[in-house]
Design a protein around this ligand. Structure first.
Ligand SMILES: CC(C)(COP(=O)(O)OP(=O)(O)OC[C@H]1O[C@@H](n2cnc3c(N)ncnc32)[C@H](O)[C@@H]1OP(=O)(O)O)[C@@H](O)C(=O)NCCC(=O)NCCS
Length: 416
């Protein structure tokens, strides 16, 4: 029997797909949550002591604990899933997973390399049961090589994958770790996208397969344009932007009178030079020989940035925004913090942050699934499961275990 969703209007492009999600922390779980957002029947498999992410006590400046033993970190990484708690170190526990694998399309995991094989739920074990299975696996540094079994968390991916130094401004000598688990999140996106492509291959080419994702590859891919460009250019470094000496002053950051910043993004500066400088209130610079033509403008860029800096300080960011909208077709954005996003009219209009009525903690807001499907809406329809919440439902209603079996499995320490 397939679990039916449809709550909150979510039918989802993955309706009818069953995902077994044996994951912990963020990298693996978020990939499963994305598939859940897309309407898959996601069953999270946890050890009897649960995903360690349930107990995360601090994420950067935030303490994620919620009333009733809930946790904001776990809720976001495990929304739209049912939960089953199994001891995979027992043959009975493995047997349950094998039965589920027979009903599943996808299995994902993000344990250290070797753990799945040791517990006999590696790809080679599971493909024997279900040759059409798509098996998604996440590691720190990839499935091959001397460091393939090393443990890894978000910061390791950011450090080794080059992201920290890319985020570090030229004037600082301390690497910047981007907050909010971006390296795990990017890994999850790549794991999910790999699984989706493998599902298409299964449909079109008739093959099941294993898909690997890693912190290292995901962080490299996040910077893949710059990295490939540098390599094509013989290894020259893709440096960070130096605002005060911007090569293109019309694709630069400027501070306004209210201390808020505006990012200009005119990648064709000649096209916008006259109209933008006029709108900015500096029409006298349009034909100024120091700045009028490309090469001279680049040569005198420090001087030009200083003049534009001064001019931007004459209005607030709000005033500039209104003014630029009224005077031309300019490409720019105001710099916002994530805590402003829920009030952004575009975020509201597209439901990018959505409200979910959590049965235990009441209405909560969460970042919604990032794609909008016209015919099969995605979204949030279910809260994260409590540890082992659906074990009995799945065993009895879907796998044919009896209530006597349940008691025996509990007595043997296979389930809770
Ligand atoms: C996240 C990570 C660092 C955690 O390392 P760890 O806490 O030492 O855990 P490991 O993955 O090595 O092992 C998990 C343990 O749980 C056990 N386990 C997991 N699920 C189980 C279950 N259902 N039943 C019984 N045991 C279970 C495993 O058997 C293993 O124990 P063992 O070593 O005694 O066999 C590591 O798993 C890793 O690097 N993963 C890949 C990268 C990643 O996803 N990182 C997290 C980013 S959010």
């Amino acid at each position: 029997m397939m679990f039916e969703n449809g709550a909150n209007g979510v039918t989802g492009p993955l309706k009818g797909i069953r995902v077994l999600d044996w994951t912990m922390w963020q990298f693996g779980p978020m990939a499963g949550a994305m598939m859940g957002d897309m309407g898959a029947d996601v069953i999270k498999i946890e050890a009897l002591d649960g995903d360690a992410g349930r107990a995360l006590s601090r994420a950067s400046t935030l303490a994620p604990t919620l009333p009733g033993g809930r946790n904001a970190y776990f809720e976001t990484n495990n929304r739209n899933k049912r939960g089953i708690a199994l001891n995979l170190k027992t043959s009975e526990g493995r047997e349950i997973v094998y039965k589920l694998v027979g009903t599943a399309d996808v299995f994902i995991e993000n344990f250290r390399q070797g753990v799945a094989e040791r517990l006999r739920v590696g790809y080679e074990d599971l493909r024997e049961i279900n040759p059409m299975l798509v098996y998604g696996s996440a590691t720190g540094y990839g499935p091959n090589g001397p460091d393939s079994a090393l443990p890894s968390f978000d910061g390791c991916g950011q450090a080794r994958g080059g992201l920290m130094l890319s985020a570090t401004p030229s004037w600082s000598d301390e690497p910047v770790r981007v907050s909010q688990g971006v390296s795990d999140q990017m890994g999850a996106i790549m794991l999910c996208s790999g699984v989706l492509a493998a599902l298409v291959a299964r449909h079109v080419q008739g093959v099941g397969q294993k898909v690997d994702a890693s912190h290292l590859s995901a962080n490299m891919w996040l910077q893949g344009m710059g990295l490939s460009m540098s390599l094509i250019l013989g290894g020259s470094r893709f440096g960070s932007y130096d605002r005060k000496s911007a090569w293109n002053v019309l694709a630069n950051l400027y501070k306004c009178k209210d201390d808020r910043w505006i990012q200009l993004m005119h990648l064709q500066p000649d096209r916008y030079w006259e109209s933008f400088m006029t709108a900015l209130g500096l029409p006298q610079l349009v034909d100024d020989p120091r700045f009028a033509a490309g090469p001279a403008r680049m040569e005198n860029r420090d001087e030009l940035v200083a003049l534009m800096d001064e001019q931007f300080m004459t209005k607030t960011s709000d005033e500039w925004d209104k003014h630029f909208r009224a005077t031309g077709d300019f490409i720019y954005a105001r710099v916002q913090s994530t805590d402003e996003l829920e009030y952004d009219p575009q975020v509201i209009a597209n439901d990018y942050i959505t409200t979910f009525d959590h049965p235990a903690i009441g209405p909560i807001k969460m970042c919604n699934h990032p794609n909008i499907y016209s015919e099969t809406p995605s979204g949030i329809f279910k809260e994260a499961p409590e540890l082992g919440q659906h074990t009995e439902q799945i065993l009895v209603d879907e796998l044919g275990y009896t209530w006597d079996d349940i008691t025996a499995l509990q007595d043997k320490g296979v389930i809770l």
